[in-house]
Design a binder for this molecule. Structure first.
Ligand code: GDP
Length: 375
């Protein structure tokens, strides 16, 4: 009998209720459930998109990839291709979906290229909206595009007209992260010049790229320095490779040239590590911006359009079915607002209870598990 009399140990000190632990609970729940993240890569084919994605996540996302020949390329329109992998690291699961647009920039007629990409982004928003309105809300799979790496040709002298049109067409829908492809084809000075030219053009044309969040004053110096360096590196000049090369006894991922090896993960050689750090450290922020800005834009636009259509079309008749839908819609709208507010309150509470938790992200937000993704 005495053996069963194990005492429940209060994890808290006397005098504390324990709500300071709430952020850890949120953290544990997210770790268990795992993260869902969708990354889209856009750019001309041959710029090294798939090589970079494989290098980033140390996984081969495209094992059976078919590389089209020249004749095929001319006929080809944009074909959207989504691959999902589950990566687990130190108990943290990441369900990563990479959306590739293999033929972009190949076809002679590129006018409609971006339309398909937009349609894809919108269709994922639409799906999420429908799921949110449905019965199975707790188990929604989030396939919305959280970030888009936009690959810029290193051989151009800045942005091409298509780059400008494309980025402007998608910047209100997705977090654009501009990337200079194949940076090993440029000298250090050329990279520097190309970066400032691209940033100038981005500002001149009013293109909105993903704004890396500012650091809070109370963050430690190391984190502040990291933020500063990441911001200064945009657009990230990257090199990708799927080969492992031995350099002075070290095994590195790199590209071997007659004059030496370009090391992908060497910050002196390119911005690959900075890009990966940005993605991992700001994964939660990218998701939040997608939810709070891009998805909200889509949702409110959608509701406004459907209201307008109903006002224009269904004025007189008083069709019973229509009225029912109207009522239901209003109800759902209110419910979603309510849920949104609840989420905001929960988030604020978590922030107040201690942004100083195990894995703080920018803005003092707790970033559940994100730091553990040291892929
Ligand atoms: P994608 O069509 O954009 O997905 O391009 P791939 O990843 O298939 O790469 C096309 C070619 O470029 C391949 O021969 C790669 O080995 C090469 N490549 C990929 N990344 C780099 C890079 O960073 N620098 C250089 N010089 N070549 C690269």
């Amino acid at each position: 009998m005495a053996a069963d009399a194990r005492q429940f140990v209060n994890p808290e000190q006397p005098g504390y209720v324990g709500f300071a632990n709430l952020p850890n609970q949120v953290h544990r729940k997210s770790v268990k459930k795992g993260f869902e993240f969708t990354l889209m890569v856009v750019g001309e084919s041959g710029l090294g998109k798939s090589t970079l994605v494989n290098s980033l996540f140390l996984t081969d996302l495209y094992p059976e990839r078919h590389v089209p020949g020249a004749a095929e390329k001319i006929k080809q329109t944009v074909k959207i291709d989504a691959s999902t992998v589950e990566i687990e690291e130190r108990g943290v699961k990441l369900r990563l979906t990479v959306v590739d647009t293999p033929g972009f920039g190949d076809a002679l007629n590129c006018e409609d290229c971006y339309k398909q990409v937009i349609a894809y982004i919108d269709s994922q928003f639409e799906r999420y909206l429908q799921d949110e309105m449905g019965l199975n809300r707790r188990n929604i799979v989030d396939n919305r595009v959280h970030s888009c790496f936009y690959f810029i040709n290193p051989a151009g002298h800045g942005l091409k007209p298509l780059d400008i049109v494309f980025m402007k067409a998608i910047h209100h829908k997705v977090n654009i992260v501009p990337v200079i492809a194949k940076a090993d084809t440029l000298t250090r000075e050329e990279v520097f010049k190309l970066k400032s030219k691209i940033m100038e053009e981005i500002a001149k044309h009013g293109i909105k790229i993903y704004p890396l969040p500012d650091c809070d004053d109370d963050e430690d110096e190391e984190y502040k320095e990291q933020c500063r360096q990441l911001k200064a590196a945009v657009p990230f000049a990257v090199v990708g490779s799927n080969s492992i090369i031995e350099v002075k006894g070290r095994k590195v991922r790199g590209r071997m040239y007659p004059w030496g090896v370009v090391e992908v993960e060497n910050p002196e050689h390119c911005d690959f590590i900075k890009l990966r750090t940005m993605l991992i450290a700001h994964m939660q922020d990218l998701q939040e911006v997608t939810q709070e800005i891009h998805y909200e834009n889509f949702r409110s636009e959608k509701l406004a359009t459907s209201k307008r259509t109903r006002a224009e079309g269904g004025g007189g008749g008083g069709d019973k079915e229509d009225k029912l839908t109207e009522k239901e819609r209003l109800l759902l709208e209110k419910e979603m607002e309510l849920r949104h507010m609840q989420e905001m309150i929960a988030k604020m509470q978590a922030e107040m209870a201690g942004g100083k938790g195990a894995a703080p992200s920018q803005n003092g937000r707790p970033a559940p598990g994100v730091k553990s993704h040291n892929v």
